[in-house]
Design a protein around this ligand. Sequence first.
Ligand SMILES: Cc1ncc(COP(=O)(O)O)c(C=O)c1O
Length: 415
Amino acid sequence: MSLFSDIGSRLSGPSGIQELMDDLGIALTTHPNIRMLGGGQPAAIPEVQALWRERMVEIVSESETLDRMLLNYDPPRGNPRFRETFAAFLHRECNWSVTAENIAVMPSSQAAFFMLFNLLAGDTGGRKRRILFPIAPEYIGYANQGLSEDMFVSCPGIIEERGPHDFKYRVDFDRLKITPDIAAICISCPTNPTGNVITADEFTRLRDLAREHDIPFIVDNAYGHPFPGVIYTDFTPQWEEGMIFSISMSKVGLPGVRTSMVVASPEIIKALGNMNAIASLANGNVGQTLLSGFLADDTLLRISREIIRPFYQQRSDRAVAILQEQLGDHLPWALHAREGAFFLWLWFKELPITSAALYKRLKDREVLVIPGHYFFYGLKESLPHSQQCIRLTFSQPEAIVREGLEILADEVRGL
Ligand SMILES: Cc1ncc(COP(=O)(O)O)c(C=O)c1O
């Protein structure tokens, strides 16, 4: 008999996200020579790091703040003062009609999605309820979060080829069916891995579909609105009753604090808080303490706009210039429209091996990328396109990105 339960086996087996995080951890600790073009690690941006350091020093010198941060268990929905501050920030800056009752602080958005998906979907009164992702590819980190089998369904995006080396995914509304088993619609925007940002029209149509079927529309804003704002379109989604928005502290350079916020109806917020009590008792306090003042005086929005977004845009432009120089016209390749987030999504239209085989060959040459097939889950059919893409991050220092891309180009030229 197996040592592990069914749920235990499902969660403890290998998964794309575990492989990615293991690779990232190894590159950042024991094998620093590896060219890390893989994980979603935010870049070290000196001005931003300085800001967190200065605030840390202030906190350490304010004994009352420090003691409160280290000593107290907060309520499982988050610190009531922080929830007030965050709701006031969203009200003031985003014009969202929210109060503290609409805010839950969670121990990372990864944890928040785990709770949220299993709160809404899974076995329900003898029937299976599922989360629908309207555009595959979608974030690798969702793929293995279901506590029961077959909890996710996704719809392949329509590929719009916009130039010899340029394409964009669009929602295929003709195929997108909200069947009775669908418990919620979920999209990351900007999307990890592609950098896609849905258009205002796509957003409205997805919202309306969710409304019509009385199910939540979940938007994961990890890279976007309102911070870190790494988004190059004017997409500024408006939260409304019935929607669930997730906002993370990680991509402003604080993945180490493991804190995120969910904006939702009080019913969902209460349920998430109760689940958080069971899973974690309470959240870590460090992120909330660090960020409170910067929310109140809008520093966070200023650094997002003036430092973080231009930084990633510049890194992305440089990485693309290197790619163009290295790949030239040797073989058909295309990049997804760069509309946000920290990644390049590269499609080799005639790749003679799978993206997983390419990943292995590159790893042997000390370059880490993420093979694209992990981002295509919940599909009803097999999709050759899913074997032809890789995700690259450009957040590491330019010399590393250059070396990595040169090796990548050399490898694919030799195939
Ligand atoms: C789209 C998306 N959602 C959620 C997460 C998880 O972020 P967190 O660090 O808040 O757990 C990530 C991390 O890379 C992500 O890319």
